[in-house]
Design a protein around this ligand. Structure first.
Ligand code: CS2
Length: 497
């Protein structure tokens, strides 16, 4: 089978995808998650309303892979929904094209400035925000884009410098748009507390760094008057697609789909209703538009993502390749429940109409779905970026209320031991702060040649490394007492099993 899926020859027997008539959305970070989530809502909203002006220009920052998967297919791809009992495939046409800024920055800047574009969405993951441990913008990480912004200021340049960061690209695009002053909404869909405000602050810091003083006034005025940064909560479990899944769907469709993504049946999107201009009718596809996203966002981050991380680290240490396997291990399940129901749940205020206990149970059931194939290493990546948002609030608020969150302590011990063991064995840690982590772990252990377990140096050595890792700036909430670190250290034994 050599034929490739394409917009112009869709296989028979399957609903044709939408054909957008304009680009209304620029999406930064077109990975699997966006394609299985916001792009699906956009597709279904177009089907429900008949409004086809909300085509998406996807932007892939790190490599040209997604562009090379989707451009030859005219942007069309399929979504495999992998349920407990049955699976289904649907075609999505809302993505019109994908651009790779290393080669096509001009295309993206033009789309961000175009009057037909009304919304920028982002799924660039926590690390994409170029934040320092204290939360402020890491200007060195976006330096080349800030220099380009300074150079571009005062008019479009013929050949814009390739953008090297998503935040930098966004700010340069907003600057290009400020010339016409057309309103635009910047909607982040990443798993961060208060995500819209975080992004707005970073954008403003970038503007101040590149255009300090009066030359930045037009852009600042544009941001004040014409740009909004709503918060949102997104939810759907979307693992990395495997070659086997591509083959399976290829057989089903009769054509090869290099852009296939896989997701669980559940999906949720809660969006703060604060748009600067027109937007797709995402509510027609099941999204919730609300004044206050915070309670939904907190419940999701603390209950779902927090439990996910705990299951990933402890599951990987126990030898489980997938989340589904890990969460059905009785010892890990007990710890997941401890974290969910004893630590996290008491720190939350239920959003209207949501029963948090049921929500927690539903999360455990979703994790146990074996058909998504979500791996523990995938969820374990970028721990330093995720942990503060997932466990930080639970930890600080529990301690302030006089409770010791033992599930959090177990999770942190599992994270530290995961990091130590990956470093000792030479497997490495997939984390933007991996070099700092390696420096913290006792140099004598790395690279270990031994069997890579606690027995490389015994419990005492593991504890020393754990204490060093927990001292990483920005990991634990400020003011976390030493007594709690002792608690985490006490959990090491159970983590080591
Ligand atoms: C996961 C999330 O990889 C991770 O860290 O916790 O990607 C999770 O699957 C999604 O947030 C679910 O909506």
């Amino acid at each position: 089978m050599t034929d490739r899926l394409h917009r112009d020859h869709v296989p028979a027997g399957i609903d044709a995808p939408v054909t957008p008539t304009a680009v209304g959305i620029v999406h930064l970070g077109i990975g699997a998650f966006h394609r299985a989530h916001q792009a699906v809502y956009t597709e279904r909203a177009a089907i429900a309303t008949g409004d086809t002006v909300w085509g998406i220009l996807g932007v892939t920052q790190r490599s040209a892979r997604v562009r090379d998967q989707l451009r030859p297919q005219g942007g069309v791809y399929s979504v495999l929904t992998a349920g407990e009992k049955e699976s289904s495939v649907e075609l999505i046409g809302s993505v019109v094209d994908v651009a790779y800024p290393a080669e096509e920055t001009g295309l993206v800047l033009a789309a961000l400035a175009a009057p037909s574009t009304h919304v920028v969405t982002l799924t660039i993951t926590e690390k994409g925000y170029a934040r320092q441990p204290d939360g402020s913008l890491d200007v060195t990480a976006v330096a080349t884009d800030l220099e380009a912004l300074t150079a571009e200021h005062g008019g479009a340049v013929d050949a814009p410098r390739p953008a090297s960061s998503a935040i930098g690209l966004l700010v340069r695009g907003l600057a290009a748009r400020a010339a016409s002053g057309a309103p635009i909404t910047v909607l982040t869909c990443d798993n961060m507390v208060d995500n819209g405000h975080v992004l707005e602050r970073l954008v403003r810091e970038a503007v101040d760094a590149a255009l300090p003083g009066a030359e930045g006034d037009t852009l600042r005025g544009f941001l004040d008057a014409r740009v909004t940064f709503p918060c949102s909560m997104v939810d759907r479990i979307v693992p990395a697609t495997t070659p086997e899944q591509r083959d399976e769907v290829g057989r089903l469709l009769g054509v090869r789909d290099e852009g296939l993504v896989v997701g669980e049946p559940f999906a949720q999107w809660v969006i703060e209703d604060r748009f600067a201009g027109p937007r797709p009718a995402w509510e027609a596809a099941g999204a919730t538009l609300t004044k206050d996203v915070a309670p939904f966002e907190q419940a999701k981050l603390r209950l779902l993502n927090g439990t996910h991380s705990l299951v990933a680290y402890s599951g990987w240490l126990a030898g489980h390749a997938t989340i589904a396997e890990a969460v059905t291990d009785p010892e890990i399940a007990a710890r997941a429940r401890q974290y969910l129901f004893e630590d996290a749940l008491p720190t939350l205020t239920a959003p209207e109409g949501l029963d948090l206990r049921q929500y927690g149970e539903q999360i455990l059931t979703r994790f146990a779905n074996p058909h998504t194939g979500h791996t523990t290493v995938q969820v374990a990546m970028d721990g330093t970026q995720k942990i503060p948002f997932r466990w930080g609030g639970v930890l600080a608020e529990s301690l302030a209320a006089g409770r010791e969150p033992l599930g959090v302590a177990f999770g942190l011990a599992a994270w530290a031991e995961f990091v130590r063991r990956r470093l000792v064995t030479g497997e490495g840690v997939d984390d933007p702060r991996a070099a700092e982590l390696a420096n913290l772990v006792n140099a004598a252990d790395v690279p270990g040649g031994s069997d890579g377990l606690g027995d490389v140096e015994g419990l005492a050595g593991a504890e020393e490394d754990l204490r060093a890792l927990l001292a990483l700036p920005g990991l634990l909430p400020e003011g976390t007492p030493d007594g709690f670190v002792d608690r985490v250290a006490e959990e090491l034994e159970s983590v080591l099993g």
